[in-house]
Design a protein around this ligand. Structure first.
Ligand code: ZN
Length: 383
């Protein structure tokens, strides 16, 4: 599972002397192989450049964090395409990423927005792969999946006829209606199958509660999926967003390839709907605001319920270290008069929105293109 506790520790860290680094460490790239790797060279250059811009009061903190980071990256052996590191006096977090990010470095409050693209999921997902005698259960998000448990057809299911079975293939008086033994055997096998799938469905419901799963992918052969769906109560059936043909013996690689992409597409579709809705309502200004200035104003007035931010939104903004006020241009806080600090724009807005009780969605890919030409940011309003 993605480390949400670790992410929370970064999001809640308010000290401004933090080095945030995003690196494309993809081991498949030739430039990232051999003794001196591309990302190591990039980082060394950036640290050198940044060092000149660090003000006197921060130099000591800077030296500690830069040295620790350099040392870590030089001995780091990546097992994923990207890595994100946060290094501060009371903070050290490393996140390995399933995709290579754009190389970035930032000194100040933690630069969390690009990371949230991967960690911010809209739903928790479940996967069940079922065949006639076995079912495997998984939970995850669009980038990570883990196996939870297995269910197998047991003797009890095979031997004890249920009431369901009695009514389904015997006549009303309990007399076998048909003399055809093959039919009986077939009916009995079907009943056993249904009982097994019914137990699978019960386990799905249990896991959904335990792991907070809101959406499901069901996998297996077509006929098994059909029986499974047949046994599901309507609410659970509605939570099924995709089906995949997968053998119950599938390995982790095959499962990831077939399932994670479906979950990514699902979330992309949901975000597309959100952006379209924002733009549509934006045409008449109905309960939405668009653009940086108006969105920031709505956030700080507590009117925003959901902010959509373009993943690539870059730049800086002023933040008051005392009361948290955010301003596009101000040396002193208009609220409390304290001297303000320059902070990464998207990160500052995300933090401020969360403080003010608003949800935030980081938008990337196709829907981000539409958002980009409409001010890169907007918000749905409570009032
Ligand atoms: Zn202030």
């Amino acid at each position: 599972m993605m480390e949400t506790v670790a992410l929370r520790s970064v999001l809640d860290y308010h000290d401004a002397n933090v080095l945030s680094v995003y690196l494309d460490v993809n081991p498949a790239k030739p430039a990232n192989q051999g003794g001196r790797r591309a990302y190591q060279i990039w980082l060394a250059d950036q640290l050198k450049n940044l060092a000149d811009s660090i003000v006197n009061g921060e130099k000591r903190f800077w030296r500690d964090q830069a040295a620790r980071l350099q040392e870590f990256v030089d001995s780091f052996r990546p097992s994923s395409k990207g890595v994100v590191i946060f290094s501060g006096a009371g903070l050290w977090q490393v996140f390995e990423m399933p995709e290579a990010p754009r190389n970035r470095i930032w000194w100040g409050q933690p630069l969390t927005v690009p990371l949230r693209r991967y960690l911010a999921r809209r739903h928790r997902y479940g996967l069940v792969i079922a065949d006639q005698e076995k079912a495997r259960f998984f939970a995850g998000d669009p980038y990570v999946i883990e196996e939870l448990s297995t269910a197998e057809l047991n003797n009890r299911m095979a031997e004890e006829p249920s009431r369901h079975e009695t009514t389904s293939f015997r006549g009303g008086g309990g007399v076998v209606a048909s003399g055809d033994r093959d039919d009986d055997l077939q009916g009995r096998a079907q009943a056993v199958q249904r009982r097994f799938m019914d137990s699978v469905v019960q386990q799905m419901a249990q896991l959904a509660t335990e792991y907070d799963i809101q959406r499901w992918t069901i996998a297996g052969q077509t006929e098994n999926r059909a029986i499974l769906k047949d046994e599901m109560p309507p609410a659970l059936r509605d939570a099924v967003i995709s089906e995949r043909t997968l053998p119950s013996t599938a390995g982790k690689g095959e499962i990831q390839e077939k399932v994670l992409s479906a979950w990514q597409v699902f979330e992309l579709q949901e975000r597309t709907v959100l952006v379209d809705k924002l733009l549509q309502q934006g045409e008449t200004g109905f309960q939405v605001v668009m653009g940086l200035e108006k969105t920031l104003e709505a956030i700080q007035e507590g009117r925003s319920s959901l902010v959509l931010i373009d993943y690539d939104l870059d730049g800086e903004v002023w933040v008051c270290p005392q009361c948290g006020w955010v301003a596009l241009a101000a040396q002193e806080c208009p609220v409390c008069g304290k001297e303000m600090r320059l902070v990464h724009l998207a990160t500052a807005i995300e933090r401020r929105a969360r403080e003010m009780g608003s949800e935030v969605e980081i938008i990337n890919g196709e829907p981000a293109r539409k958002l980009k030409i409409n001010g890169e940011i907007g918000a749905f309003l409570r009032f």
